[in-house]
Design a protein around this ligand. Structure first.
Ligand code: NAI
Length: 478
């Protein structure tokens, strides 16, 4: 029975296993454990309702229980249909305080149901603060608010048939039903909301677009662009979990194969490192001349997808952009070429083009591994239905790197809640100050046995840098 104490997860009998893995993860997450020690006793988040929409993994369980130790009242869902680790979800529920709505292999319908459940407390009201990853919780609230305003003006309800996007159809229907029950639900939710802290590049991109258009309804902290997030999680996290996902899904020998990585940003750089280290011959595609030049400095050739599409064995998208590998590309690939995405959304790969073409047959090999067979008989192996393969086919990033990301999340949540009444944050997207970024790094150095050199007073004066930091200007790029 997966339903327990007002939560919904796959299987509560997995709770003990989940707890054992959470115990192991805690040792590898020194930043989160230090946050519990520093802030736990004063319960700074007491009275705060925190909603999270972020991959419900073992590492996220340690984040949830840290926010709980700081006094928060939490409801959680996953931000991807395949990323939940069911034993982690069960363990959080079994501990008895936080509510979780997440399981591996949700339908899209179930995914949005879970998001709505996590946003709704038993008294019908919403959260005070949100931890978002990719911006789906933020999107639901903004769309709900917008449609409620339209309904007030002319009685119109969102109409699913006005969009061709299957997922938006579901969102529109949920909002239409919500308006019929309570036409002010999302407006009340926005009135209560103190802000959101956003985990990933794609979610930050969405927030900045809304802020630019003057449509952002509450303050947002961009956690992704903390140095100790994007320059660690996006790079070294993906370096760990990309090949893990490819190997668990296909068991193919990577050495000697030709691999193409679309996008050489942070995720692309980590992905290329991993594939090179596994012995692959790696190519990159890029739109940005700076990133393309960076690829050459690492000995990686920058090519056009069209020029190598029939030679490459493993294709990985990391762009955060849409329409990167289309069905017509896959039609030209080698037999059993592997196609996977590690960017946030599944629109990097033309899944719609594969699924809507009756001439292309789908052969399911195992969960999250499908072979799409083209009329000429060749097949292409698509991982995790085009969704992020490191979380769909493996277990995502390891605990240590997630501790860096999530310690920033804890600091962002505290920053939003502590400043809820003083107007420090408006309806815009903000970064955390650099001294906190340096603090997060410091919290992770001790267990590694690092010995940091101290500036002497003379050196400190010579450089014009205080002995306790910040050590770099905001323009420094690391
Ligand atoms: P980024 O902005 O640093 O890198 C993306 C790169 O793709 C840029 O250099 C851009 O120029 C390039 N690009 C854009 N359109 C392109 C095209 N048509 N062809 C080739 N290259 C193109 O972003 P970052 O931080 O690397 O994130 C990438 C994606 O990965 C985002 O969706 C982000 O949310 C996601 N992400 C996923 C993680 C995971 O665990 N799966 C972890 C962290 C981020």
């Amino acid at each position: 029975d997966g339903t327990a104490q007002g939560s919904k997860v796959k299987d509560m009998s997995l709770a003990e296993f989940g707890r054992l893995e959470i115990n192991l993860a805690e040792v590898e997450m020194p930043g989160l454990m230090a946050s519990r020690e520093e802030f736990g006793p004063s319960k700074p988040l007491a009275g705060a309702r925190v909603m999270g929409s972020l991959h419900m993994t073992v590492q996220t369980a340690v984040l949830i229980e840290t926010l709980q130790a700081l006094g928060a009242d939490l409801r959680w869902c996953s931000c991807n249909i395949f990323s939940t680790q069911d034993h982690a979800a069960a363990a959080v529920v079994a501990a008895g305080t936080s509510k979780v709505f997440a399981w591996k292999g949700e339908t899209l319908e179930e995914y949005w149901w879970c998001t709505e459940q996590a946003l709704t407390w038993p008294d019908g009201e919403g959260p005070d603060i949100i931890v978002d990853d990719g911006g789906d919780a933020t999107l639901l609230i903004h769309k709900g608010y917008e449609f409620e305003q339209a309904f007030e003006k002319d009685g119109s309800l969102p109409c699913p048939s006005t969009t061709t996007n299957e997922e938006l159809k579901i969102v529109y229907r949920i909002i239409a039903e919500s308006i019929q029950k309570d036409p002010k639900r999302f407006q009340k939710m926005v009135a209560r909301l103190v802000g959101v802290s956003e985990e990933t590049t794609t979610g930050v991109h969405r927030l900045k677009e809304m802020a630019k258009q003057g449509k952002l309804l509450f303050p947002a902290i961009n956690v992704n662009d903390c140095v100790t997030k994007s320059k660690f999680d996006n790079i070294y996290g993906c370096r760990h979990s990309l090949t893990d996902g490819i190997m668990r899904a296909t068991d193919v020998m990577i050495a000697g194969k030709k691999a193409l990585v679309a996008g050489y940003g942070d995720v692309g750089k980590g992905s290329v490192q991993a594939l090179k280290a596994a012995g692959a011959i790696v190519y990159v595609t890029e739109i940005d001349p700076i990133c393309a030049l960076q690829a050459y400095m690492e000995g990686v050739e920058v090519v056009l997808l069209e020029d190598v599409v029939d030679k490459v064995d493993i294709f990985i998208t990391t762009t955060g952009n849409r329409d990167i590998i289309m069905a017509e590309h896959m039609a030209k690939m080698k037999n059993n070429a592997i196609v996977g995405n590690i960017g946030h959304f599944d629109n990097e790969i033309d899944m719609a083009g594969l699924l809507s073409n009756p001439e292309i047959k789908r052969q399911n090999i195992k969960p999250q591994v499908d072979r799409f067979i083209f009329p000429d008989g060749h097949g292409v192996i698509v991982l995790a239905e085009g969704r992020l393969l490191n979380l769909g086919c493996a277990t995502g990033h390891p605990s240590f790197v997630m501790s860096c990301s999530f310690t920033n999340q804890v600091l962002a949540q505290l920053e939003l809640w502590n400043n809820r009444a003083n107007g420090k944050y408006g309806k815009d997207v903000y970064l955390l100050p650099k001294h906190l970024d340096e603090k997060v790094a410091l919290l992770h150095l001790g267990v590694l046995g690092a010995k940091l050199t101290k500036l002497t007073p003379v050196q400190s004066e010579y450089l014009g840098i205080a002995t306790e930091g910040p050590f770099k200007p905001d323009t420094y790029r690391y």
